[in-house]
Design a protein around this ligand. Structure first.
Ligand SMILES: Cc1cc2nc3c(=O)[nH]c(=O)nc-3n(C[C@H](O)[C@H](O)[C@H](O)COP(=O)(O)O)c2cc1C
Length: 317
């Protein structure tokens, strides 16, 4: 197996770190702070129409000269117009989630964008590697938001072996130990979402940050398996109700109904009862609000990573 470049080399950034695009959560302000601190900040298009996304892109260009990314959620009804718009924008990095971007890859690359795709299975990884993407993000089911079936531990080495592309690991990465673990699995970079929700520069409602900071390990739940679009969230009244009704007759339709607008209710209104507080399994390990710079400093803490290297050298037979 040939040695793949680090994602930081490929994208021209300091740390091999992508801030995961998070619908409603990662706007130009958070993304600019991450890019300024040496990672790749990513604006989430989520369900935005193209003009709303273009104003976020204009905003980030006023905040940083460093590379940034846009995450296109292919399930969005606006995905076609957003994808067309991006083909004219020269955005440094375009990342797709929730689907197959093959038909847009050439147009985006002609404008000089690097194109990355989030995958949760080896089948999609293989298909996209022949569609010309520059790297893949293998997202395990520990992650917050929409998830696949396999965990990061099971998925990442399988994708690394399946494709001749750099692979970025996502799902459950929140400190130097989990960064090191991702590299042990063959990843050439990491994508982190949940830990950035509590960043000082993240503009979500205080109640959202507090729900992450207060989460216990048993609060991480998956709703909507019955709909075919499972989502990892923190337990609250809405989630308990969804889990009760999921397998009742008409459950899938009820889940869709209850989920509509629920992420907005969490992010904007801070509605702790009926909002959807999407977050990964590692939420229970996050106990402090910090600046983006401090979070990245801890993820790539040289002393902690050095100690892990020494221990691996000493302990592995
Ligand atoms: C609130 C929230 C919203 C998300 N929205 C998106 C999205 O719109 N598109 C996408 O590709 N991934 C989305 N994700 C996944 C993240 O980009 C990232 O891969 C994931 O958070 C990494 O796992 P972690 O939460 O354990 O750090 C979302 C995650 C969260 C927590």
């Amino acid at each position: 197996m040939s040695r793949m470049p680090l994602i930081s080399e490929l994208l021209g950034i300091r740390y091999p770190l992508i801030q995961g695009g998070m619908a409603w959560v990662s706007d130009a302000g958070l993304a600019a702070a991450v890019s300024e601190a040496g990672g790749l900040g990513v604006i989430a298009a989520g369900n935005m129409p193209a003009d709303a996304l273009r104003s976020q892109i204009d905003r980030i260009r006023g905040l940083t000269q460093k590379p940034f990314g846009v995450n296109v959620m292919l399930l969005s009804p606006y995905a076609p117009e957003v994808s067309e718009m991006l083909a004219g924008e020269e955005v440094p990095v375009i990342i797709t989630g929730a689907g197959d971007p093959a038909r847009y890859v050439d147009a985006w690359k002609r404008r000089g964008s690097h194109v990355l795709a989030v995958v949760a299975s080896t089948a999609l990884a293989r298909r996209l590697s022949s569609a010309g993407v520059d790297a893949l993000i293998a997202e395990g089911s520990e992650a917050g938001g929409h998830i696949g079936e396999l965990t990061t531990m099971a998925l990442v080495p399988g994708i690394v072996d399946a494709v001749e592309l750099p692979v970025v690991a996502a799902g459950g990465i929140c400190d130097a130990r989990t960064v090191a673990a991702a590299f042990c699995l063959g990843a050439r970079g990491v994508q982190v979402g949940t830990r950035f929700i509590v960043a000082n520069e993240c503009a979500v409602h205080e109640n959202y940050k507090n729900s992450v900071l207060e989460a216990r390990d048993i609060d991480s739940k998956v709703t909507g398996r019955v709909t075919g679009h499972p989502v990892r969230v923190l337990r609250n009244k809405l989630v308990r109700q969804m889990l009760r009704e999921e397998y009742e007759p008409g459950g899938a339709a009820r889940i869709e109904e209850m989920g509509t607008g629920a992420l907005r209710r969490a992010v904007v209104d801070g509605d702790r009862e009926s909002g959807s507080f999407m977050a990964g399994q590692c939420a229970y390990r996050i106990d402090r609000a910090q600046s983006v710079r401090d979070i990245i400093g801890e993820l790539f803490d040289a002393a902690a990573l050095g100690e892990i290297r020494r221990e691996l050298g000493r302990d592995l037979p």
